[in-house]
Design a protein around this ligand. Structure first.
Ligand SMILES: C[S@@+](CC[C@H](N)C(=O)[O-])C[C@H]1O[C@@H](n2cnc3c(N)ncnc32)[C@H](O)[C@@H]1O
Length: 314
């Protein structure tokens, strides 16, 4: 990619966000449509929508046809609101609080502070807890994101040796549903903030709301923490692991599922953690140090695919 294109990356990101928010790819799923038809269907200003559509065509998301008609390309298909697509991601990425926090990346780089906290005076978890629409948009993105890796995790690590698995901070339960589907003898418990797990119903899964800084359900054989520890700085990460350690009986395990920072792709996610949360991506060695600080003993690391590893401790 040329540097000019990269510097203008904000335009592409915001244009894709608006396309996803307007549901353009769904409207174009089975046929090309005129700009006026699209504008009426999504509630947009026709002449301005045309300018957006033309820009999206210039990057291969749409095909421009005569008379201001547009069709979806193979790339554009990825913006449809279907499982495994980029739709939920694109909707989330341009939300104002996320966008505003990234505008302060320089502040984070100069100070080491999460830009979000500096801008809004609260954590992003507190911000979303007060805003159900933002919480729902984020949860949909997390669900869509984990749907792309659930099978590699459920198939790449041996969950069948556990009778009872708790997914700590398990969102709306997509990964846990995949684990109990793949291993029907495993009993699952989903644990996350009360407003996140509200109305979640999954066969074979008990659902409990609470904070992992206070307590997690006791007595299970495995405690999954997927994309949790990277959200936090070292002190909070150790506190979460300590809560889990306090719930362990006998030979039970803690399973931290994250990218290994030795994967270069993790460096962008690492910046996201810095800006939004004050968290960070880590190496195997750094996860082992967190485990030990929480009174846990690292037992194994299992790369499962898709750049993810299961860091296990007891
Ligand atoms: C990055 S998401 C990961 C969700 C899920 N594990 C996944 O991999 O898709 C982090 C999760 O941590 C949850 N969380 C944040 N603070 C929490 C707390 N104090 N107690 C329990 N869950 C919390 C959020 O609600 C969110 O679902």
């Amino acid at each position: 990619m040329g540097l000019r294109r990269a510097v203008n990356g904000y335009q592409v990101s915001q244009a894709l966000h608006v396309a996803a928010s307007l549901g353009l790819a769904d409207l174009l799923a089975d046929r090309s449509r005129s700009t006026d038809d699209l504008a009426a269907a999504c509630g947009a200003h026709p002449a301005s929508l045309y300018r957006l559509l033309r820009a999206l065509a210039s990057i291969g998301v749409l095909d421009a046809e005569p008379e201001r008609r547009f069709a979806l390309t193979e790339l554009g298909e990825e913006l449809r609101s279907v499982p495994g697509s980029e739709h939920a991601h694109a909707v989330f990425i341009g939300r104002d609080y996320h966008w505003n926090a990234w505008s302060q990346l320089e502040h984070s780089v100069r100070t080491g502070e999460p830009a979000f906290q500096t801008l809004y005076g609260m954590s992003v978890w507190e911000y979303r807890a007060e805003r159900p629409e933002e919480s729902a948009i984020f949860d949909r993105w997390m669900t869509a994101n984990t749907e792309t890796v659930n099978d590699v995790i459920a198939g790449g690590y041996d969950f069948s040796r556990f009778a009872h698995v708790v997914d700590v901070g398990g969102g709306r339960g997509s990964l846990l549903a995949a684990v109990v589907r793949a291993h029907p003898d495993v009993q699952g418990t989903l644990f996350d903030q009360p407003h996140v797990v509200e109305n979640v119903e999954i066969d074979g899964v008990e659902v409990i709301g609470g904070s992992f800084f206070d307590t997690v359900p006791r007595g299970a054989d495995a405690y999954v923490l997927k994309w949790i520890i990277h959200d936090w700085g070292d002190d909070e990460a150790v506190a979460i692991l300590r809560t889990c350690a306090a719930a362990l009986d006998g030979d039970a395990r803690v399973l931290v599922i994250e990218r290994d920072l030795s994967d270069p792709a993790a460096s962008w996610l690492d910046l996201q953690m810095l800006v939004m949360l004050g968290g960070r991506e880590r190496t195997e060695h750094e996860y082992a140090a967190l485990f030990r600080a929480a009174g846990l003993e690292p037992t194994s690391t299992t790369p499962v695919g898709a750049g993810l590893s299961v860091f296990e401790a007891r």
